[in-house]
Write a protein that binds this ligand. Structure first.
Ligand code: SAM
Ligand code: SF4
Length: 356
């Protein structure tokens, strides 16, 4: 059975009939056709953002969807609840910028009541989170904050984000480091822009208990295309770190997106996320849901099902369960297969709409 985003209405009628005949799926766990267990969902709570990072969107921003096209918090809660009943234990909330959506803190509180969810992680640009840190520490399931910061120099930071909020983000970084939350820094490595800071970011791990993770830049930039001078892939980044530091690889969770390293006498660690070279797909345990409710089996696919329409047409939790069990069977072997199977052409949508 294959699904298309465009024919949801036709699909819905047929799916319900199909589902009724196939109740055998119920109570199963989410496993794809390659035996990978799905235990992690990344949910974009909005497509809106208060920054305009060059690698993510054009200077004028992206065409945001009407508010009614976003999943409501209630719908998001329900989708996550059903997924946890199928074995998902971790959720990452991302965006756009999650903290620009009104009521986000209340949503976190609501989600914390899902007893099947073990971890709630957040990816944020750090502009609006400072005043919420204490409240976040009290939410037991909120454990990891990934803070995106691509430069430690104010001018470069401003040029990358096209905004002037460096001081706020830096202050947030220091406060998060002192908090009880685990802090990871996401640094997108941008050829010719911040590559001279790779070792400075690595040096931060000496006295700070943080995990600095360098991410290969991907072409998800909302067609704000930039010419890159050099290919800063996993190996190139690793070599650059090694010019100043001796690294020892540390064991990571099987499904980790990064390969991680320690440095003698450093409190923190460094990692590299081979997001574009995609050498991590064989252990992938995740699915994605965009802010408009598009279900994605892979970052590189172009969306395999419109959950929002399905929900708003009255799908029950059992219908949702059967849908998810079927959808994950379509999960492609890796990101290259997903990219080849795209119907909408090359990847060019903004990461802000997908949720990075
Ligand atoms: N606004 C939040 C933030 O920036 O952390 C959350 C959403 S953002 C889309 C999630 C992550 O995707 C960020 O760490 C960001 O740096 C990363 N990202 C965005 N566009 C990217 C691209 N073209 N290549 C690699 N990473 C990208
Ligand atoms: Fe906004 Fe995050 Fe994209 Fe930057 S990377 S524009 S902060 S969504």
């Amino acid at each position: 059975m294959s699904f298309s985003l465009v024919d949801t209405t036709f699909f819905f009628a047929n799916f319900v009939a199909y589902a009724k005949k196939n109740r055998r799926f119920i109570m199963s766990k989410l496993t794809d056709s390659f035996g990978r267990q799905i235990s992690y969902v990344r949910l974009a709570v909005t497509d809106r953002c208060n920054l305009r990072c060059q690698y993510c969107m054009p200077a004028h921003g992206i065409d945001i969807v009407p508010r009614a096209a976003l999943l409501t918090y209630k719908e998001m809660y329900r989708v996550i609840r059903v997924l946890t009943e199928l074995g998902v234990t971790k959720a990452r909330l991302t965006g756009g910028e999650p903290f620009v959506r009104k009521g986000f803190m209340d949503f976190l509180e609501m989600l914390s009541h899902n007893d099947l969810l073990e971890d709630i992680n957040i990816t944020t640009n750090g502009v609006l989170i400072f005043k919420h840190i204490e409240a976040l520490e009290k939410l037991k399931k909120v454990k990891n904050i990934n803070l995106s910061i691509d430069s430690l120099q104010v001018d470069t930071f401003n040029a990358i984000t096209r905004r002037t909020v460096f001081d706020d983000v830096f202050k947030t970084m220091e406060a998060l480091e002192k908090s009880s939350l685990n802090l990871k820094l996401n640094v997108v490595v941008q050829s010719g822009i911040n590559t001279n800071e790779i070792t400075d970011f690595t040096a931060l791990t000496k006295d700070k208990n943080i995990a600095v993770r360098f991410i290969e830049e991907m072409p998800f930039n909302g067609e704000g295309q930039r010419e890159t001078q050099e290919n800063w892939n996993y190996n190139r980044i690793l070599q650059e770190i090694k010019t100043r530091f001796e690294l020892t690889e540390v064991s990571s969770e099987k499904s980790s997106t990064s390969r991680n390293f320690s440095i003698e006498n450093h409190q923190g660690t460094v990692g590299i996320i081979p997001a574009f070279t995609r050498t991590i797909c064989s252990d992938c345990n995740r699915i994605r849901i965009t802010s408009t409710g598009t279900f994605k089996n892979c970052l590189f696919d172009d969306g395999v099902f419109n959950l929002r329409e399905f929900l708003r047409k009255g799908a029950s939790n059992e219908d949702l369960k059967e849908l998810f069990l079927s959808l994950v069977k379509e999960k492609p072997k890796n990101g290259f297969v997903a990219e080849v199977n795209r119907k909408k052409g090359n990847v060019s949508e903004s990461m802000s709409t997908i949720g990075g």
